[in-house]
Design a binder for this molecule. Structure first.
Ligand SMILES: NC(=O)c1ccc[n+]([C@@H]2O[C@H](COP(=O)([O-])OP(=O)(O)OC[C@H]3O[C@@H](n4cnc5c(N)ncnc54)[C@H](O)[C@@H]3O)[C@@H](O)[C@H]2O)c1
Length: 299
């Protein structure tokens, strides 16, 4: 993969910010697109902070940092800048229609041999590929939050994805310093299917009053050596995103994925998680967890 390649990232939320940062510090030109200008501004300043932190920690040098920032462009919509892009990663809101609209437009604007990837947590790669004229050049590229810390990229083959496309994705993942696995399309792939089930079950236990949020999380950390508990993880993922994933897995894989009613209530209440300062737990402006027992304390 040539570091001169242009990468377009669509959706500048939690994931788009991290993905754009990863490509920028790895030497690629990055166009970061979001329809919400406030999100876009926040993402660009967050990327600046991640880069500055990287310099402070000695992970990148000042020259790389300066060049990375110089190669990052933000844009409110998909436009002619896509005409020489090598890869577009769609990482907008987890809704089929939102993603299909973006992907259809990207397909019109991008060169025929360019690759379109989606960072969906669960949706069908083949169904998303079907709105393009390039199903062989369409693929899932699933990153994890926070992108700069999590080592895995899950590459998902749709029905018509070519081996050449898989190989190009493996090379991009390696260029970002990630380990990749290649899986065949199935709802939730390997990762989301497992973590959605566990997070949902943890919410049922919280709703039933089996234990406090802290104790449910502590049990998984200390009994099974998980780096964080399922409720902390849900707060980090965002319960709005988690709920969309559960709805899809419930439709496709059946009853065991029925979303816990407490998640529905939390999303209705706007307790999306760390990104808004309130989820199962509460967070300060820097995203640090505030002390307390979590949702039961206020429920
Ligand atoms: N949060 C996680 O831990 C996680 C992990 C892996 C994958 N994902 C997946 O990544 C994707 C994004 O998740 P997120 O957590 O970053 O969500 P988010 O809500 O933080 O960000 C989504 C962004 O998409 C933007 N958007 C919506 N419609 C758009 C459009 N038409 N054009 C441009 N931008 C648009 C929104 O303004 C928002 O900023 C989802 O598909 C999600 O399932 C999330």
């Amino acid at each position: 993969m040539s570091p001169n390649e242009k990468i377009v990232v669509v959706g500048a939320g939690l994931m788009g910010t991290g993905i754009a940062h990863g490509f920028a510090i790895s030497g690629y030109s990055v166009v970061l697109v979001d329809s919400d200008p406030r999100v876009l501004d926040k993402a660009v300043s967050q990327i600046g902070k991640l880069i500055a932190d990287g310099v402070k920690l000695g992970k990148i040098n000042e020259t790389v940092a300066k060049e990375a920032l110089g190669r990052l462009i933000s844009a409110p919509e998909l436009d002619s800048r896509l005409s020489d892009a090598a890869l577009l990663i769609e990482t907008a809101t987890e809704k089929l229609e939102v993603k299909q609209t973006i992907i259809r437009k990207a397909d019109e604007l991008m060169p025929v041999n360019a690759i379109i990837a989606t960072n969906t947590s669960a949706l069908s790669i083949s169904e998303l590929a079907a709105v393009t004229r390039r199903p062989t050049h369409f693929i899932g590229m699933h990153f994890f939050n926070p992108v700069h810390k999590m080592k895995l990229v899950e590459i998902i083959r749709g029905l018509e994805t070519s081996q050449a496309t898989v190989s190009r994705l493996q090379a991009w993942a390696a260029a970002l310093g990630k380990t990749s696995i290649v899986v065949n399309e199935a709802p939730g792939f390997t990762t989301s299917r497992m973590s959605a089930l566990m997070g949902n079950e943890a919410m049922y236990m919280l709703a039933e009053g089996v234990a406090t949020a802290e104790d449910i999380d502590t049990s998984m950390r200390l009994a099974f050596n998980f780096p964080m508990g399922p409720l902390e993880l849900g707060d980090m993922t965002g319960w709005d995103t988690r709920l969309s994933v559960l709805h899809y897995l419930h439709q496709t894989l059946g009853e065991k994925f029925r979303p816990c009613p407490l998640i529905l209530k939390m999303v209705k209440a706007g307790r999306y998680g760390r990104k808004v300062g309130r989820g199962v737990y509460e967070y300060d402006a820097d995203g640090q967890k505030l002390p307390g027992l979590g949702l039961r304390r206020i429920g």
